[in-house]
Design a binder for this molecule. Structure first.
Ligand code: OAD
Length: 235
């Protein structure tokens, strides 16, 4: 493996699967049990805020007990030990990257552990269940609090920052994501366009597997630490 100066790593639900958090599109995935139009769109929230808050309250409770796995730990070790810049862009709304020690992290789909006020736009650390009639601690209006999670039809966070990192990347690695949700699914094409080496680490070939220069398939807790060791021993 060559020496890379700027590594961008995109992560998805498959990274946290072995920490006990469900993925979205696998056979028993979250979107096989819920209609995403009901629970993950602004229209769904307008129609039935209680249903949406309950869905995310349950996910927040579930995420609370989860621990980072060997793949999260390996990525944190890479950032700390690698001589170049390592940036992790995650689609995951859990806090397992942070718990593992990753610092250079972008939560492009938001964070379950924060609320967002639809009225004033303020975000607050939020660990308790959200209820429809709760007041925003900043503007004090009731009825506008939602999880700080990006829904379908909304623009993911920090896109300028992400494309800035991609524009200088010489290695792009996609881990545990099905490659079905844009704009994240388009990052591999963007990285290839500017000449980065691209690698997929996933349980099985994703939708976009053929777009990658290299693909390694297996469980994240096995293949991510091995890949990180390879990068560190070549640097
Ligand atoms: P998906 O559920 O679409 O895909 C998870 C991927 O992880 C699949 O390709 C699995 O094969 C793979 N996988 C499962 N277990 C794994 C393991 N142990 N090791 C490695 N890979 C494994 O989840 P995402 O691609 O993250 O967005 O989904 C993208 C977005 O769609 C999410 O951020 C969410 C969702 O709807 C929003 O809610 C806006």
């Amino acid at each position: 493996m060559t020496d890379y100066r700027n590594i961008v790593i995109l992560t998805g639900a498959g990274l946290s699967a072995e920490s006990g958090l469900g993925t979205f599109r696998d056979v028993d995935g979250i979107w096989t049990k819920y209609d995403l139009n009901d629970v993950a769109t602004p229209d769904g929230f307008a129609r039935n805020p209680e249903l949406v808050l309950d869905f995310y309250n349950a996910r927040r409770e579930n995420a609370k007990g989860a621990q980072p796995n060997a793949a999260h730990m390996a990525l944190a070790r890479l950032e700390a030990a690698y001589p170049g810049v390592v940036t992790v862009v995650t689609q995951n709304v859990d806090t397992l990257h942070e718990a593992a020690g990753t610092k250079n992290l972008i939560h492009m789909h938001g964070e379950l552990a924060r609320s967002l006020c639809n009225f004033c736009g303020k975000r607050h650390v939020w660990e308790a269940p959200l209820q429809v009639d709760m007041a925003c601690p900043t503007c004090e209006k009731s009825g506008g609090l939602r999880p700080n999670v990006v829904w379908f039809g909304e623009m993911p966070y920090a896109m300028d920052d992400i494309y800035q990192h991609l524009s200088v990347a010489d290695l792009f690695v996609s881990i545990g994501t099905s490659g079905t949700v844009y704009p994240a699914a388009g990052f591999v094409a963007e990285a290839s366009r500017i000449g980065a080496h691209t690698v997929e680490l996933n349980l099985e070939p994703s939708e976009g597997a053929s777009l990658f220069d290299e693909t390694i398939h297996g469980a994240a807790t096995q293949i991510v630490p091995a890949f990180v060791e390879r990068l560190l021993s070549d640097s």
